[in-house]
Write a protein that binds this ligand. Sequence first.
Ligand code: ATP
Length: 366
Amino acid sequence: ASTAVEAPRLPILQLVGVRKMFGGFAAVEGIDLDVREGEFLTIVGPSGSGKTTLLRMLAGMDTPSEGNITLRGELINDVPPNKRPTCLVFQSLALFPHKSVGENIAFALKVKGADAATRKKRALELMRIVRLPDNYHDKNVMKCSGGERQRVALARAFAYDPEVLFFDEPLSALDYKLKKALEKELKDLHRETGKTFIYITHSLEEAMVMSDRIGVMRAGRLVQVGTPEEIYGAPVDRFVSEFVGEVNTLKMKRVGQQWQGVDVPGTFTLGSPQNGAVLDEAFVVIRPEYMRFLAAGERADNQLKGTVYNEYSLGSRIQYQVRVGSKDAGEKVMLVELSRARALPPGASREVTIGWDAADAFTLGS
Ligand code: ATP
């Protein structure tokens, strides 16, 4: 819940023209990014897109080949990890196996020379923040479950009192249910502590649940940065639209004032392209949940006749695979997703007309 007038947030980290070369290969390039103080920013992208390389530069484990990284306006390209007010939480936790939960958490304080009573007091405070019971203080960390160890690692990171916390796929090894629970807890923790979180994952679902903003990487570049709603609702290109979920994509070409299908025959009505570009060729991207079956006499901006040849239950929703077009003129499989309440009755014809409105689709140039 935000107040009516929110103070503008200053960038805590700023990246300008950041590039990282390995031999002749640019693992990361052209990165311009402002990370706002206190935000939860997630970097997503497929394997090999450069997420880890970017994070290593932010955390000081690597230096950029080109460009600048500044923290509160100060250049930190060459500042080593232990000289930055940042902390990295790993996928493999790197806890001290023979030490207790309390000792693991208070490690940073011991290094700073805090006495035993101070260390215990702070360890207990941090344990409460990450929701570990007090009586875990003396428990051997190896006797904790995976999820509990994750909390210990988090509490240990907080003990350094970092301004920025980096997370490198910290939940990827956990089972689904625990992962879902910890996602929500991490989000709460972020809100309660007010720290800046930078998180990398290849799971967009994870990113959607937790983040204030998401940056999508592809082949070393940040192709889009935006709120989860922006990434989902206004993807800049087909790569982002397809990364975000299942989509129907149709190629179109402009013929005079009309758009004609390239993959499937027909004339179509398109919404304006995302960035106002003037296009002669375009891709229309429609999410399956924005497609519908049209009853006789019902209309939509765009419609195609087809045959349902597969249907899958997704729990509360049903997904249909519908073959449209024809063998001669071009065929395409389209996905239509409906709530169970609106599903085709078992006996209904599988010869269908599917439709969508222009306003519910994206028109993309690439
Ligand atoms: P994943 O999700 O699989 O961890 P990623 O998005 O984190 O992938 P990076 O690990 O940053 O990707 O790798 C980006 C590219 O840079 C890859 O092609 C990788 O092979 C290459 N790369 C990374 N580190 C090095 C290195 N030290 N030397 C050479 N190439 C590297």
